[in-house]
Design a protein. Structure first.
Ligand code: NAD
Length: 480
């Protein structure tokens, strides 16, 4: 049994109340370990460690902070195989994906913010005619909370922690209770890299116990959260009256808009990826595909053919394209949505069923599913499914598809496939999303602002946006 412990003040601890949760392996459906369900007292201990580390860490030179972050990045790269295997076992994603995307990106997060902090600067304003100069300090906030989801476990966990500590804060962090393993392994890497004790503290447990204790803590001054929209709304309700700084990266229902003049082959290949990567469990997946009528029938045939070729298999196999969904509960939720779509008279073009993998019959496997809908108003097109399920439907005009693209409560990302420059500009300007990809998907430059509009959240991560979030601006005005 793999036993996970909290990482507090550089050491590993059992939870004070000795409460434990089971950790499941999605590929087999078996319990393979336990993790703490940490209480308020554990969170308080993590807070105390962070608070004690803050005076020194916030005054540690930029060069030294940068050096340690880059060292963490190098150690993650050196341990790529072990971390990728752990992520795949804990989450159900193909090991090939964990090796190519999750762990390299976690390492990049530390390297990127280790470098970015050396280039971060503040402004000065000369008050001409008033014999005064203003300069702005960008000071770390203090102790901050970072809470992350299960779909890209270490990738999203480190996307918050790296800028927080680069900017001089100390952190109380909680990974998802569904995928805690790589966050646990990160503790040893931080010690080896020489991160001072207490700068990063990792507490494990349920959102309603451990997470709640973090967001309610009156001295944890900022919360960076990635997860579901309902949880985000709950966190905002608790945190807003305490005037905490909040960054909320929430759900999505992203359109993938395909015009007839696009580069068809690239579009087809990338649309398969943007639909089903990570079993469709990426907040940026394009789950609503809209295709211009003149190429709709061709697309439908080619797309379904390619989707049928995807291999559902054990995540540890090199030729697996689609691994296991993250939990039994989540698998059932996705199956429920497929049933709802059928009831709403949609047509299942392929997939829709559980898959039995020999020897792993209790694993959470599902066929990649393509559903043809005749209206965008149905539940399968309006609600986030977050699984290997996409819908397709034709459109006639640019106005019509723009209206449908925006006709959801979410606004995270959008993809547009076209070679018409003017249309690209018009659509990109009018689409309600924080991120628009044209003729590509998931091309990430870590300097760019990342986040959503509407029910997809508030605030932006990435680049200097993240460093601004994790600092307080203080203006100093000097008269001479
Ligand atoms: P979730 O909201 O259930 O959980 C996310 C995290 O919040 C977990 O660590 C959980 O324990 C914690 N949590 C739950 N209740 C809490 C509470 N009361 N107080 C404090 N913390 C609490 O989300 P999930 O199911 O883990 O993740 C899937 C969701 O995340 C999807 O909606 C997906 O779109 C979204 N997501 C968004 C982005 C983005 O960048 N916008 C990225 C990835 C995932």
């Amino acid at each position: 049994m793999d036993k996970i412990q909290n990482y507090i003040n550089g050491n590993f601890h059992d939870p004070i109340q000795n409460e434990w949760l089971d950790n499941y392996c999605p590929a087999s459906g078996e319990v393979y370990g336990q993790l703490p369900n940490s209480s308020k007292e554990d969170v308080e201990n993590a807070y105390i460690a962070a608070k004690s580390a803050f005076p020194t860490w916030s005054q540690t030179t930029i060069e030294e902070r940068s050096r340690i972050l880059i060292k963490i990045s190098e150690l993650l790269e050196a341990n790529l195989q072990g971390f990728a295997a752990a992520e795949s076992k804990d989450n159900g994603k193909p090991i090939s994906l964990a090796k190519a995307v999750d762990i390299p990106r976690a390492a990049s997060n530390f390297r990127f913010f280790g470098n970015a902090i050396t280039q971060f600067s503040s402004e000065s304003h000369e008050s001409v005619g008033q014999d005064a100069i203003n300069y702005t300090l960008r000071q770390p906030i203090g102790v901050v909370g970072c809470i992350s989801p299960w779909n890209l476990p270490l990738y999203l966990f480190t996307w918050k922690i790296a800028p927080a500590i680069a900017a001089g804060n100390c952190v109380v962090a909680k990974p998802s209770e569904i995928t805690p393993m790589t966050a646990y392994l990160l503790g040893d890497i931080c010690n080896e890299a020489g991160l001072p004790k207490g700068v990063l503290n990792i507490v494990h447990g349920l959102g309603t116990t451990t997470g709640q204790a973090i967001i309610e803590h009156s001295d944890i001054k900022a919360i960076s959260f990635t997860g579901g929209t309902a949880t985000g709304a709950h966190i905002a309700k608790i945190a807003a009256p305490m005037f905490k700084k909040l960054s909320l990266e929430l759900g999505g229902k992203n359109p993938n808009i395909i015009f007839a003049d696009c580069d068809y082959d690239a579009m087809l290949e990338i649309s398969v990826r943007s639909s089903f990567s990570n079993q469709g469990q990426i907040c940026l997946c394009g789950s609503r595909i809209f295709v211009e009528l003149s190429i709709y029938e061709k697309f439908k045939k080619d797309f379904v053919e390619k989707v049928k070729d995807l291999k559902v298999g054990h995540p540890s196999k090199a030729d697996t394209n689609i691994g296991a969904l993250v939990s039994k509960q989540h698998l059932n939720k996705v199956l429920d949505y497929i049933a709802i779509a059928k009831k709403e008279s949609a047509t299942i073009l392929c997939g829709g069923h559980k898959v039995n993998i020999k020897g792993f019959e209790n694993g959470y496997y599902l066929e990649p599913t393509v559903i043809e809908v005749s209206t965008d108003e149905c539940r399968i097109n309006q609600e986030e499914v977050f699984g290997p399920v996409v819908t397709i439907m034709p459109f006639n005009t640019e106005d019509e598809v723009l209206q449908m693209a925006n006709n959801v409560k979410y606004g995270l990302s959008a993809t547009i496939w076209t070679n018409d420059l003017k249309r690209t500009m018009r659509m990109s300007n009018q689409i309600q999303a924080g991120i628009v990809w044209v003729n590509t998907w998931m091309l990430r430059d870590l300097r760019t602002p990342f986040g959503g509009v509407k029910a997809s959240g508030i605030g932006r991560e990435g680049g200097f946006e993240a460093l601004r979030f994790f600092t307080e601006a203080k203006n100093v005005c000097i008269k001479y």
